[in-house]
Design a protein around this ligand. Structure first.
Ligand SMILES: *Cc1c(COP(=O)(O)O)cnc(C)c1O
Length: 466
């Protein structure tokens, strides 16, 4: 007698087969979902029948119904937002994670998960060249990582002023001045809201043409504050891929007894490439960092990490075990470093990816994407009427077509409609843009050449129609 009925076994095997077929066929499928949004939703939102169905039939039917509504986000031709492509070795590991059914909140009963997740934490610090004794929390993504970084900062800045925020909350607490770049991602603003610091009261510091904080404006904003400040800096602006001038900004905050948190959702990974590290010089002096694993590391969704130089504020702000002083190295309980109590073993797919790529594979991938982005920008800029708005600092390319937003929108609609490649839209410096994010593990030069070609052809068609 096995642990599975014949039907359960058939369901699990069917899922594995369907997963393999999907990924095999991915390069030949249109990138966007082919069904209309409403149709596919209606196909699923039917009343729940009284009688259940066999497991295998459920899996086969859901995959068949879903198929036209699945977007090729793992395709090498997907360039939308900033999304990794769920690397197959990580997907394979993720299947085991589900099968094992470990609640990774408890490291006592799940030592194998603890082993793999601790290795992932060590490797992240090593690859990013950050202090090896930093605290690391494996979380769902950069939004939560930013929130946790801000909460650790909140703890430390108030504790230094004799205020126990975990016990007393923010009522009557000393105010924490917050500085953030005007072109920061929406996630750190959400983090400020979640942490009770208020997004609206943060001082939004002026930036240069690439979206980098201007040191003179930063110094001026800092001048206007009292009390130890929190600064939220950025490694990788969403439209330009640019980096704040860390080496200039971080010492200003530290001189004031403040805390520097860095949103490095994707851009922080340039730290793993020796020849690109200089682009984010000084970032290692910050106090906390947020990054994603489901972006540049191409882990299956969802996975990110918060890193806090001094583990104690991370644990003090996150532990669900009540009053607790971290006992240096004695025990490692995931819930001491994350908002979740019960949690998926979400470090395991990243463990498999890091093992599969090795250090050189991570370096090669990040360097390749940065090189392809620079080549794409040069290629597009050669076409009359196309304009790349950013200097390519990492893997993001911001493009306008013609003189009006309508032309750019029309080109993007044409490109997306053809379905062979899929960049998405954005806004930059008052203009609608086509934003190309080169970050999929399988994206090579043949793919980015196709992307350039598709954009050029769409632009010529739009121009001729005008
Ligand atoms: C993607 C992104 C985020 C949010 O990350 P999630 O993983 O979607 O939560 C935050 N900051 C930047 C710069 C990003 O690119």
């Amino acid at each position: 007698m096995g642990g599975l009925t014949a039907d359960e076994e058939a369901a699990m095997r069917a899922a594995a087969d369907l997963a393999v077929s999907y990924r095999q066929g991915l390069p030949d499928r249109p990138v966007p979902a082919q069904s209309s949004h409403d149709d596919i939703i209606a196909a699923f939102r039917t009343p729940l029948a009284d009688a259940g169905q066999p497991a295998e039939a459920v899996i086969r039917a859901l995959a068949e119904t879903a198929d036209p509504g699945i977007a090729g986000m793992s395709s090498p031709n997907f360039y939308g937002y900033v999304l990794g492509g769920s690397m197959p070795v990580g997907v394979a590991a993720d299947m085991l994670v589900s099968a094992w059914g470990q609640n990774a909140g408890s490291s006592v009963e799940t030592p194998a998960i603890t082993g793999m997740e601790r290795a992932v934490c060590d490797w992240i610090l090593d690859l990013l060249d950050l202090p090896l004794d930093s605290g690391v929390g494996l979380v769902t993504g950069a939004t939560v990582a930013n929130t946790q970084g801000v909460m650790a900062a909140r703890h430390a800045l108030l504790a230094r002023q004799g205020w126990d925020v975990e016990e007393k909350g923010l009522y009557g607490a000393p105010e924490i001045p917050v500085l953030i770049g005007a072109e920061a991602h929406s996630a750190p603003f959400a983090a400020l809201r979640y942490a009770g610091l208020g997004a609206g009261r943060a001082s939004r510091v002026a930036t240069d043409d690439e979206g980098r904080i201007r040191p003179d404006a930063f110094a001026e904003a800092l001048e206007a504050t009292t009390g130890p400040p929190l600064a939220i800096l950025q490694a990788g602006q969403i439209n330009t891929g640019a980096f704040d001038p860390f080496a200039e900004l971080i010492p200003m905050i530290h001189a004031r007894g403040g805390w520097v948190h860095v949103d490095g959702a994707f851009g922080l990974w340039l730290r793993a490439v020796p020849e690109l590290q200089g682009r984010l010089a000084g970032v290692g002096a910050a106090d906390s960092w947020a990054t994603d694993l489901h972006k540049w590391i191409n882990a299956p969704f969802d996975a990110g990490a918060v890193i806090v130089r001094d583990r104690a504020p991370l644990v003090a702000s996150m532990t669900a075990r009540g009053a607790y002083l971290p006992d240096e190295g004695a025990e490692w309980i995931p819930t001491d470093s994350t908002l979740e109590l019960s949690r998926r073993a979400r470090g395991v797919p990243s463990y498999a990816i890091f093992r599969h790529l090795g250090r050189s594979g991570v370096r090669e991938m990040v360097a390749r994407h940065c090189r392809l982005a620079a080549e794409l920008a040069r290629e597009l800029a050669r076409e009359p009427g196309l304009r790349v708005l950013n200097a390519v600092h990492s893997n993001q390319v911001a493009l306008t077509c013609g003189e009006t937003d309508a032309e750019t929108d029309a080109v993007l609609a044409e490109v997306q409609g053809r379905g062979r490649v899929y960049p998405t839209h954005g806004e930059w410096r008052g203009r609608r843009i086509i934003r190309c994010s080169i970050i999929g593990y399988a994206t090579k030069e043949t793919h980015t050449r196709l992307l350039a070609d598709e954009i050029r052809q769409a632009w010529r068609k739009v121009r001729e129609a005008a």
